[in-house]
Ligand binder design. Structure first.
Ligand SMILES: Cc1ncc(COP(=O)(O)O)c(C=O)c1O
Length: 358
């Protein structure tokens, strides 16, 4: 029998949302709405699909390992220097490499709970100790408690803004004050995977400020509003020296040529990105209101998902909705539902009524 790391069993497995095909097979249902993984409910832009096809003809060669063109386009889109941009195979790749580069035995990482599960997984994979700080009573990051949780051996801290799975934001002023209060020996990751969906004017991205700090990295992704989850492209923005160190643990050729080509093309369609964000906001209002009207305790959301706490059994609700052809996600004591198309959102609310209050 092979020899494994003794701590391997204690690392939680990432459990992805159930695939549509699997549910269809198991339950014999044809029409299924997957509202479980915060994906974009519509196809990539047509020009992006063409760019992917064209790049497909080059895949006998390794891709550009430095992602020269994509890095340049991301930099120009955000008005930062290309040396501040680091591209990865999804932002999960960026988060994992950051954890590996600053972690190790005798270090710790601070993050909220519930928050994106990859922070805990990346911490444990990096042989570091996780320090999870409960969200406040309004499902928001308790930034003071997070500051208080920092130990001498803490080397990394994650703030997910908006937070997955609860959806709320901390204001730009709060995040800036927080970052300024953290000693710069600690790498601060501001995960803005859902930033493009935010409509609250209090939100402020840390993107352009990040490179002015020695220790702040903002993580973004093409998996959400750009609709490229299946291609795995994300990026980090921070000081060039920080990026230079953090990317040491990244394998070469992390991002495929079709992935790079798709992301370059996707960035050109900002008008459609805005349109998607507006449509998402309408769907979000429908779901928040629908859940509130049905008496559920719902978290305020600025993202492409909503989070609520059923009175009793979250997994019973999950099973009931599954039988109605709707896949959601149980996370912590609550459930998270991705904003889908208008018909998917209505289907979810109807299914909820069929299943009844749980
Ligand atoms: C908060 C957050 N960060 C990062 C990611 C990772 O996205 P990807 O690796 O697809 O870029 C996700 C995906 O669900 C997320 O919810």
């Amino acid at each position: 029998m092979p020899t494994y790391r003794p701590d391997l069993a204690s690392i939680p497995r990432y459990i992805p949302g159930k695939p549509i095909e699997e549910v269809a097979r198991e339950l014999g249902i044809e029409s299924i709405d997957k509202l479980a993984s915060n994906e974009c409910p519509t196809e990539p832009f047509p020009e992006v699909i063409e760019a992917i096809a064209a790049a497909g003809a080059t895949v006998n060669r390794y891709p550009d390992s430095g992602q020269y063109e994509l890095t340049k386009e991301i930099a120009s889109h955000h008005g930062v220097d290309p040396s501040s941009v680091w591209v990865g195979a999804g932002s999960s790749d960026i988060l994992r490499c950051a954890a590996l580069s600053v972690g190790g035995p005798g270090t710790s990482a601070v993050f909220s709970h519930p928050s994106f599960v990859m922070y805990r997984i990346a911490t444990l994979v990096a042989h570091a100790e996780p320090i999870a700080v409960p969200l406040d009573d309004h499902f928001g990051h308790d930034l003071d408690a997070m500051l208080g949780a920092i130990r001498d051996d803490t080397t990394i801290l994650y703030v997910c803004n908006p937070n997955n799975p609860t959806g709320g934001i901390r204001s730009g002023a709060d995040v800036r004050e927080f970052v300024d209060a953290v000693d710069d020996r600690i790498t601060v990751i501001i995960d803005e995977a859902y930033s493009e969906y935010v409509t609250d004017p209090d939100h402020e991205s840390m993107l352009t400020r990040a490179p002015t700090y020695p220790n702040v990295l903002v993580a973004r992704t093409f998996s959400k509003i750009y609709g490229l989850a299946g291609l795995r492209v994300g990026y980090g923005i921070g000081h060039p020296d920080l990026i230079g160190e953090l990317r040491t643990t990244q394998p070469p050729f992390a991002v495929t040529a079709p992935g790079q080509a798709a992301a370059i093309e996707a960035l050109k369609h900002q008008d459609q990105v805005t349109e998607r964000s507006m449509l998402n906001a309408e769907g979000r209002v429908l779901l928040l209101k629908g859940l509130g009207d049905r008496g559920y305790r719902v978290a305020a959301s600025e993202a492409n998902f909503v989070y609520f706490v059923p009175e009793d059994d979250a997994s019973g609700l999950f099973d009931g909705l599954l039988r109605e052809g709707v896949i959601i996600r149980v996370l912590g004591e609550g459930v998270r539902v991705t904003v889908g198309t208008e018909s998917e959102n209505r289907h979810f609310l109807e299914a909820l009524d069929t299943v009844g209050r749980v």
